[in-house]
Design a protein around this ligand. Structure first.
Ligand SMILES: [Zn+2]
Length: 357
């Protein structure tokens, strides 16, 4: 995966801006890989492409044995910010890492025994454009596929970093709470992975945590699929200090973690591609006190490592004040205060963004 990240995030690719020649080069590269792995063209007119503005969504299909018309969507986005004021935004973590993961899985599944359901691999265009997720929202609206027949959607956006330096094994999995069966499957794989090795720590979290302004301000390509009622999981290692800066470079990434995550994802996706149970989407979800537990863990980590962080006194005082309450939510002593943990999550992201290392 490192080779792919280094290629896509090289200066020659000029940050893969939407509608640029380099953006199209990235799309053609993904299509070439899909072809090499023997995936069927999944785009318009029997090609790997769906045209979107001056760019392309790239689609490849691995046909299912028993349910070829039902798809599991695996996705990332290949575009990034391009160039601004003569400076290149390489976007190694965002999202060359996700594309590398997508291709790693496409290759692994193409060599494995056929899944029961079809797997549709998509590299989206224009995630970074305007209000965001333009390529994936266009795909959902376009009618190229019947989204009612999508069993699940798995997306990767920034899967190669460490949100904080001590999170070198951590990966967050958002959104499975919208589908009970998918959520249970994810939990069981997390448990199995932990039993085998403590190298990878996949943590399941409610997606509402990173959407304090509501579902209309979503964080990645899952948004359009959720609106269409497709169960989803959004995997990310979070937005470290270099997020959307010119320093999001290939040298910053944790390739060991990416390899471990790749193995985890293969097993997880293989399971949902063999399982015959129905996946139902529930729009309304209850807050889970596990989310409070996970936020408490991060806040404990921040206080423990505060010397290495940019943490102002006021924020520190606020965390110290609220942490006991969050822990009582986690233990079930008090009921969940959704707004408070959303607010604390936002503070955590600000601390991560400010703490250059
Ligand atoms: Zn992104």
């Amino acid at each position: 995966m490192e080779r792919i990240v280094r290629y896509l995030a090289s200066d020659d690719m000029k940050g893969r801006g939407f509608g640029t020649e380099e953006g199209r080069t990235a799309a053609r590269f993904v299509a070439g890989q899909f072809e090499k792995f023997g995936l069927k063209p999944g785009g318009e007119s029997n090609t790997y492409f769906q045209k979107f503005g001056n760019g392309f969504n790239v689609l490849g299909v691995l046909e299912g044995r028993k349910h070829p018309d039902t798809h599991i969507v695996i996705s990332a986005h290949h575009d990034h910010l391009g160039e601004k004021d003569g400076r290149i935004y390489n976007g190694a973590d965002d999202n060359a890492s996700g594309v590398a993961m997508l291709l790693e899985l496409a290759e692994a599944f193409s060599k494995a025994s056929k899944p029961n359901y079809s797997i549709l691999f998509i590299s989206f265009e224009a995630e970074e454009l305007g209000k965001g997720m333009a390529g994936s929202r266009y795909f959902v609206r376009s009618g190229l596929y019947d989204t009612k027949k999508f069993r699940a959607m798995i997306c990767f956006d920034l899967v190669g970093g460490n949100l904080f330096e001590w999170e070198d094994r951590k990966v967050y999995a958002f959104g499975s709470e919208h589908c009970e069966r998918l959520s249970k499957k994810l939990s069981s794989h997390i448990g199995q992975a932990r039993a085998v090795s403590d190298y990878l720590d996949v943590t399941k979290v409610g997606v509402y945590l990173i959407e304090p302004l509501g579902q209309s301000i979503a964080r990645s390509d899952y948004a359009g699929f959720r609106d269409a009622g497709v169960p989803f999981v959004f995997f990310t290692t979070g937005t470290p200090w270099y997020y959307h800066t010119t320093e999001d470079d290939a040298d910053k990434l944790n390739y060991r973690k990416m390899e471990m995550l790749g193995r985890f994802l293969f097993d997880f996706i293989k399971d949902i591609s063999q399982d015959e149970g129905q996946f139902y989407f529930s729009p309304e979800i209850a807050t889970d006190r596990i989310d409070a537990l996970n936020i408490a863990k991060i806040l404990d980590g921040i206080l423990l490592h505060k010397v290495s962080l940019t943490l102002d006194k006021r924020t520190e005082k606020y965390i110290i004040e609220k942490l006991p309450l969050v822990k009582r939510m986690a233990s079930g002593e008090v009921s969940m205060d959704k707004q408070l943990i959303q607010w604390l999550t936002a503070r955590i992201m600000v601390i991560a963004a400010k703490s250059r290392r």
